[in-house]
Design a protein around this ligand. Structure first.
Ligand code: NAD
Length: 498
């Protein structure tokens, strides 16, 4: 699979950096507003032809993406790791996610996009169907933390629904996004149908928001609000997957070994740079000491750096992001928080941080409520379930939560104000349940990915209703008062029998 990209004779280039070494590994073009608009013109032409192809034909190409991504995984993993610094196992999660999405939507789309017969205004006399037409050109703006998943996996349902996609990746991870476009092409997707346009958010991103027929955004809540305002002004559909400050609850009857395992995966996968990552833990006071001891030992056993399959923790996306994370930790420590383990690992490179576990974090510390987006978690204790549910819900965010508990696990889960709850798991059980909607409550977003909703949001429903035999207002000469009496009786009968 070749992933070369044209940068000849251009001076407006963006340098891509390997965060593990700080070295420049490649350059990509910083596209202009006019070039982004041209991408839309090409996409619109390609979309018209694509929408005429049957859903089965489109699904076949998407299913081939499943095969291409699996067949080329070694090369793709290398690219992801090169520009993100993440560990290989977390990079593999991205490959897995694309394959699962391709398979799921390739199988599900023909049924979802088939015209649906629904109940008409009058039984038998009104025949009503609902069609799902593509929106046109979908704009996708994606972040750097999962550069394959949050580009290709979000494009798959849009494409299969008959849309074209113009996508802007984050400027720190354009190579994976371009490799994703290459996967799509190898699978047989027409070139202009899925275009990756590299460049700054304020130029390429805003132009996409100003031209798309639907906008799919993943990133910070701050940028999400700006893009939501543009979408609102333009009256286009908008789906946003934003930040989180995700809680985990460990009750007195939880299996502590499961809780420790869940904490490690839930907090430190992808070096904690994960919107659904756990950042605050509430453990019952009766088991807190046992849990904390086991957790600290397990955290200190994690392997950091190296890059291979055995590496548990990779680097952060950049030295700057590592600095941002450490600034939040230092602020908490300066205000009285206690660091049980972890911290900077300059021996490995300035983008590496060993996972940090904090206790006694005061409410005034910034990270008490703000998202860290790094390998940092704090622990608090609780004594009653009602109290811990209230504390877990006391956040502007509502993305994900985890519950490690015995008897009341489902009851606790059902009271959390979040889009996904994982029982005895950190995030993967719900995120991997692709037949279920995934997204955030409150400031964590709007709209959903995965499930029927993740595809149907990229369509415009068209309701077609045919009136047969009799007009909907009854026979021509029927007096209005009689019509009203007949309708009243029909409604009463309908309430009983329909
Ligand atoms: P970000 O909002 O800074 O950037 C995301 C994307 O938006 C990038 O491609 C960026 O170039 C672009 N962008 C920035 N400003 C823009 C503008 N004015 N107009 C148009 N585009 C613009 O976020 P980030 O720092 O890259 O990502 C981290 C954040 O993303 C975290 O808050 C994290 O929780 C969130 N995130 C959420 C999910 C989710 O599914 N909920 C997944 C991953 C990341």
């Amino acid at each position: 699979m070749s992933t070369t990209h044209q940068t000849d004779n251009r001076s407006d280039l963006i340098e891509v950096i390997n965060p593990r070494t700080g070295e420049v590994i490649d350059t990509v073009i910083s596209h202009s507003e006019a070039e982004t608009q041209e991408a839309f013109d090409r996409a619109r032409r390609a979309q018209r032809t694509w929408a005429k192809r049957s859903v089965a034909e489109r699904a076949k190409i998407i299913m081939r993406m499943h095969d291409v991504v699996l067949a080329n995984q070694a090369e793709i993993l290398d690219t992801i790791q090169l520009e993100t610094g993440k560990n290989r196992a977390s990079a593999f999660d991205e490959v897995l996610d694309v394959a699962i999405n391709a398979r799921y939507y390739a199988k599900k789309a023909p049924k979802l996009l088939r015209p649906q017969h629904v109940k008409g205004a009058l039984p038998v006399l009104t025949k009503t169907i609902v069609q799902h037409a593509p929106k046109g050109v979908v704009g996708i703006i994606s972040p750097w933390n999962y550069p394959l998943t949050l580009t290709l996996s979000d494009a798959i349902p849009a494409l299969i629904a008959g849309n074209a996609v113009v996508l802007k990746p984050d400027s720190q991870t354009p190579l994976t996004a371009l490799a994703g476009a290459q996967i799509a092409r190898e699978a047989g997707l027409p070139e202009d149908l899925y275009q990756v346009i590299t460049g700054p958010g304020a130029v390429v991103g805003e132009t996409i928001a100003n031209h798309a027929d639907f906008l799919m955004f993943t990133g910070s809540t701050e940028t999400g609000r700006k893009l939501g305002a543009i979408a609102g002004e333009r009256l286009i559909g908008f789906s946003a997957e934003l930040g989180g400050k995700n809680p985990m609850i460990i009750t007195a009857d939880a299996n502590i070994d499961v809780a420790v395992r869940t904490t490690i995966a839930g907090c430190f996968s992808n070096t904690g740079q994960l919107c659904i990552s756990i950042e605050r833990i509430y453990v019952h006071e009766d088991v807190a000491a046992q849990y904390v001891d086991k957790l600290v030992a397990a955290v200190e056993n994690l392997t950091i750096g190296g890059g291979g399959w055995e590496e548990n923790i990779g680097s952060m996306i950049s030295a700057t992001q590592a600095d941002n994370v450490m600034a939040l930790v230092d602020d908490a420590v300066a205000q009285g928080a206690k660091k049980l383990t972890g911290g900077r690992r300059p021996d490995l490179g300035s983008a590496f941080i060993a996972p940090i576990v904090l206790v006694d974090v005061p409410e005034a510390a910034r990270l008490y409520r703000e998202e860290v987006f790094g390998p940092v978690v704090y622990i608090e204790t609780f004594s009653s379930e009602a109290e811990v549910i209230e504390r877990a819900n006391d956040s502007e965010y509502g993305l994900n939560a985890a519950v490690c508990a015995g008897h009341n696990r489902w009851q606790i889960a059902a009271q959390l104000e979040v889009g996904t709850v994982n029982i005895n798991e950190g995030f993967a059980a719900a995120f991997g349940s692709i037949d279920a909607p995934m997204g955030g409550w409150k400031a964590s977003g709007t709209g959903r990915r995965h499930s029927d909703a993740g595809l149907l949001k990229y369509t415009e429903p068209r309701t077609i209703a045919e009136q047969r035999v009799l007009p909907i207002s009854g026979p021509k000469n029927l007096p209005r008062e009689t019509y009203a009496a007949v309708m009243t009786n029909l409604l009463r009968l309908g309430k009983r029998f329909l």
